[in-house]
Design a protein around this ligand. Structure first.
Ligand code: FVH
Length: 294
């Protein structure tokens, strides 16, 4: 987001200079924010120092340098280790480390007990997308809305921002929800490529077909959401569950004939069959969600 050059840039402390931390750091430096960095392995800070960052010898020194403290470490355990025993009184702690929702809520309470305000972040981008607005990368934020509003412009420099609620666990929840869907897509694509692996078919010929098909199917999530909201799982169904279940043996036989393990498909097909056995012939696939929720 463009910032007013006449407004003083918020100084940032960043703990963690892995692939993501380094990419974040470069965007704040390029945008003219005073930046103090610390990393467990000091060598990783050398290039950033040459680019204008102040390098702290200790995490305590880095935290003491600025009010806005951003962590981008491996996991929640490393955040706990790095911040243990440090004075966080009055700090604005923004944690961009991937966590579970429960870890994020605990970290928010842990920060509150130490006199810090807390915002949790989940980054929907890989390092090359950071600082490239046209890449579409963004981060979910949740926790203190007041803190988000205060630092929105600074947080918006590396990637877009999306505030998803005062519950500190929500950013992690949205993050994991989207990434889980992504892995489902990767699993389906892996099975598709495996099916053609032994044939005289160029994977590069299948790839655009796969991409177009997945893109065409993706908007079905809106119908799923509408059905979950209304509770009517038959509304607008074009491909009833009974028809889809009847088709599954062809998928499994094809896998067998192509010498491909069906292990990525069968868990989902099993759920479809269970839902159909409950008498939900006219539904689409939305009822499977209710079987997953324990
Ligand atoms: N890179 C990606 O594609 C994803 C995209 C989405 C968001 N993730 C999350 O971002 C967090 C950081 O990821 P990263 O890519 O920077 O990860 P690494 O390159 O592996 O760097 C890890 C940094 O954490 C430091 N570190 C690890 N353990 C400790 C510890 N016990 N005490 C202090 N620091 C620790 C590590 O330091 P060093 O190894 O250089 O000394 C790195 O600075 C992460 O949550 C992703 O899930 C990235």
């Amino acid at each position: 987001m463009p910032q007013n050059p006449l407004v003083e840039k918020t100084p940032v402390t960043l703990l963690g200079l892995g692939a993501m931390g380094t990419a974040l750091a470069r965007t704040w430096l390029s945008a003219g924010h005073p930046l103090t960095v610390w990393n467990r392995t000091p060598a990783r800070a050398a290039a950033l120092e040459a680019e204008g960052a102040s390098v702290a010898d200790t995490a305590a020194g880095a935290v003491a340098a600025n009010t806005l403290v951003i962590t981008c470490l491996l996991d929640d355990m490393s955040v706990g280790e790095v911040l243990a025993g440090l004075d966080l009184t009055g700090k604005d702690l923004v944690n961009l480390t991937t966590s579970t929702p429960a870890q994020a809520r605990d970290r928010a309470e842990w920060s509150r007990q130490r006199g810090a305000r807390y915002l949790d972040g989940g980054i929907m981008a890989v390092p090359p997308m950071i600082g490239v607005p046209e890449s579409g990368g963004y981060a979910f934020y949740s926790g203190s809305e007041e803190l988000f509003a205060r630092h929105r412009d600074t947080l918006g420099i590396p990637a877009g921002t999306s505030f998803v609620g005062e519950d500190a666990g929500f950013a992690a929840l949205y993050d994991v929800a989207l990434l889980s869907a992504m892995y489902g897509m990767f699993a389906g694509a892996a099975h598709a490529f495996a099916l053609i692996r032994k044939e005289d078919i160029d994977p590069a010929a299948l790839a655009p077909l796969l991409a177009d098909w997945l893109t065409a199917m993706a908007p079905s999530v809106h119908q799923t959401a509408d059905q979950l909201r209304t509770g009517d799982y038959t509304e607008g169904v074009a491909s009833p569950l009974a028809m889809q279940v009847a088709g599954t043996p062809a998928f499994l036989r094809t896998a067998e004939q192509q010498g491909v393990s069906p292990e990525l498909l069968t868990p989902y097909f099993d759920l479809m069959r269970r839902r159909l056995a409950e008498g939900s012939d006219d539904e689409g696939l939305t009822g499977v969600i209710d079987l997953l929720v324990r």
